[in-house]
Design a protein around this ligand. Structure first.
Ligand code: ZN
Length: 263
């Protein structure tokens, strides 16, 4: 299975999974249809499956047009998003398995950003792990808590931190990484890992390369959003426990200091 990343809208990414033997494709969170259609046409691929992580328009916006062009396409989404995603064929719950290109992905329920949010974890036969996380984790961030609670988002992040292999590639749906880390640098000005990360991100930006996918191990090591038990971070925030620390980071990010992105 090959994975392609297509930029869409302002800062979204759409992910295409490709079955090279059957010349078939699946798409994860088509924010819009046109870039997907152009890619499929160019590569001579048939779209057979759409996997949605949650119901927001910048994740399902292309569903309708894509299913018009490919009437047999199957739409997979969360059981908790029933009625919020048009033409949904499969209603997924935590622990369900989906298949594409002779590979299997486990579905995890990760509410917080929305109350129906799910993600897809492919453990490929090659040994690679890929987690399509939607808007639950960003590099240097996590999704805004629109429908769920801080507690729900915290347990979703904790589930991922505790259960997904460190070497997993995380594919999130937005390019927010540099902005996120510039803000975290303000929160933790003495954190050298964050400064190094920003340096890496400048290099990527200069080369106009995406910061996605990223490795879960790097994120666990650097992002303030996944370091709720780090004494250094707790000292900065004057917090005592894991949940309180996570909430303080999320609230800091909700009202961030002004930063300058130098490109
Ligand atoms: Zn969203």
């Amino acid at each position: 299975m090959k994975i392609e990343l297509l930029p869409a809208l302002n800062d979204n990414y759409i992910f295409i999974l490709i079955d090279e033997f059957k010349q078939e494709a699946a798409v994860i969170d088509p924010a819009e249809a046109d870039p997907v259609l152009a890619y499929l046409k160019n590569e001579n691929l048939i779209l057979t499956k759409i996997f949605n992580t949650h119901h927001h328009a910048d994740h399902i916006g292309g569903n309708k047009k894509l299913s018009k062009y490919f009437p047999d396409v199957e739409i997979y989404a969360s059981a908790n998003d029933s009625g919020r995603i048009g033409k949904q064929d499969y209603f997924l719950k935590h622990g369900d398995k989906i298949q594409f290109a002779n590979e299997v992905a486990l579905v995890y329920f990760v509410p917080g950003h929305t109350i129906g949010h799910i993600c897809y974890h492919f453990s490929l036969k090659s040994g690679e792990n890929h987690l399509f996380i939607g808007d639950t984790i960003f590099s240097g961030g996590c999704g805004k808590i629109f429908e769920g609670t801080f507690e729900q988002m915290f347990s979703s992040l904790k589930f991922i931190r505790d259960n997904i292999p460190d070497y997993t590639y995380i594919w999130c749906a937005h390019e927010y990484t540099l902005e996120n880390y510039l803000i975290l640098e303000q929160l933790e000005p003495d954190n050298l890992k964050i400064k190094n990360k920003i340096h890496e991100l400048y290099v990527l930006k200069q080369k106009q390369l995406p910061s996605i996918p990223f490795q879960l191990s790097d994120e666990k090591n650097v992002s303030s959003f996944l370091r709720w038990d780090d004494p250094e971070l707790r000292k900065v925030l004057s917090t005592k426990d894991d949940l309180e620390t996570f909430i303080a980071v999320r609230k800091y990010r909700d009202n961030p200091p002004k930063i300058k992105i130098p490109f």
